[in-house]
Design a protein around this ligand. Structure first.
Ligand code: BJW
Ligand code: ZN
Length: 249
């Protein structure tokens, strides 16, 4: 989890409330920090996964081709962490927001499935899901929440091929339709909320820049400054699980 945030900034909070009050078309982009308060580790920052592990050894197709077992051991460990995690008040606030906004889209970079578990519906997983397994042989895909998996690396029941985690690794394409829908929604929204992401990984971060380029108001929620902070309408230096319930009350 991130270090304790400062006392909530009242002026920014008031501006954020104003933006939300009038918004009928809302797009939300979330990242790993959104699940930090559920106990799921982020990637960057002092406690991040990338401080402990090298992405090129674990989160690329080349790494998987080289050593599928090693990659799977890492995903097994993360599946175990996520299996114990519950949605936090931030996830719940987005469900309430979705219920009251006519046009709503939640695009998440998170693979943990916590938004769905909370009840979000109009959403897309830009980086896939840690619960999805995809066959490298026949392309078959299935959801499997088993933990631990009976064998590592797991194999396809149909063709016997190697199964891989259904996530998007570095150098891989994102699901095109989901990405396009998010970028288009961002261009046409009254408010884009960007929460819990360092916004450095593209093209997902392009959802935020699309809103900015179209002149749409962007509300950032992050206890730390990011490259977006100086560009957005309101940057709330706060934890999403603390501040979103106040905004959507
Ligand atoms: C809180 C909080 C609280 C804390 N409340 N906030 C140059 C070199 C190499 C590659 C590239 C390059 N330039 C561009 C690229 C491409 C690359 C990229 O963007 N790299 C950059 C990092 C440089 N992108 C890709 O490769 C993408 N694909 C692509 O471009 O395809 C086109 C293509 C196709 C074919 C050939 C070539 C190109 C794919 C990117 C896939 C990213 N995958 C990962 C792993 C997913 C699977 C898994 O989980 O195992 O996705 S990497 C990792 O980063 C994960 C995340 O979704 C993603 C984003 O991170 P996120 O969510 O922002 O987390 P953090 O940790 O960075 O930030 C957390 C934030 O939360 C912090 O700011 C905290 O302060 C904050 N926080 N607590 C609110 N309580
Ligand atoms: Zn198969």
């Amino acid at each position: 989890m991130s270090p304790s945030a400062e006392p909530l900034p009242e002026a920014e909070l008031a501006r954020a409330r104003e933006l939300l009050a009038g918004a009928r078309r809302v797009v939300v982009l979330t990242g790993a920090g959104f699940s930090a308060e559920s106990g799921v580790p982020t990637f960057r920052g002092p406690q991040g996964l990338w401080r402990q592990f090298r992405p090129e050894e674990l989160a690329t197709p080349e790494a998987f081709a080289r050593d599928p077992r090693l990659v799977w051991e890492w995903y097994e460990w993360r599946r175990g962490l996520v299996a114990q995690a519950r949605p936090n008040p931030g996830h719940e606030a987005l469900v309430r927001l979705e219920a009251r906004v006519p046009e709503f889209l939640l695009a998440t970079q998170n693979v943990d499935g916590l938004h769905q578990l909370a009840g979000s519906q109009r959403m897309s997983e830009l980086h896939g899901s840690i619960w999805r397994l995809r066959c490298c042989g026949c392309g078959d895909e299935r959801l499997d929440r088993a933990h631990p998996l009976p064998e590592l690396p797991p194999r396809c029941g149909g063709c016997g091929g190697l199964l891989r985690p259904g996530v998007v690794w570095y150098g891989e394409s994102l699901p095109l339709e989901a990405l396009q829908a998010a970028v288009e929604a961002a261009r046409a929204c009254d408010l884009a909320i960007v929460a819990g992401t360092s916004a450095v990984v593209y093209p997902a971060a392009g959802v935020a820049t699309a809103a900015l380029q179209a002149g749409r108001p962007v509300l950032e929620i992050n206890p730390e400054r990011t490259e977006l902070s100086g560009l957005v309408a309101v940057s709330l230096r706060a934890r999403s699980g603390e501040v979103l319930p106040l905004l959507v009350a």
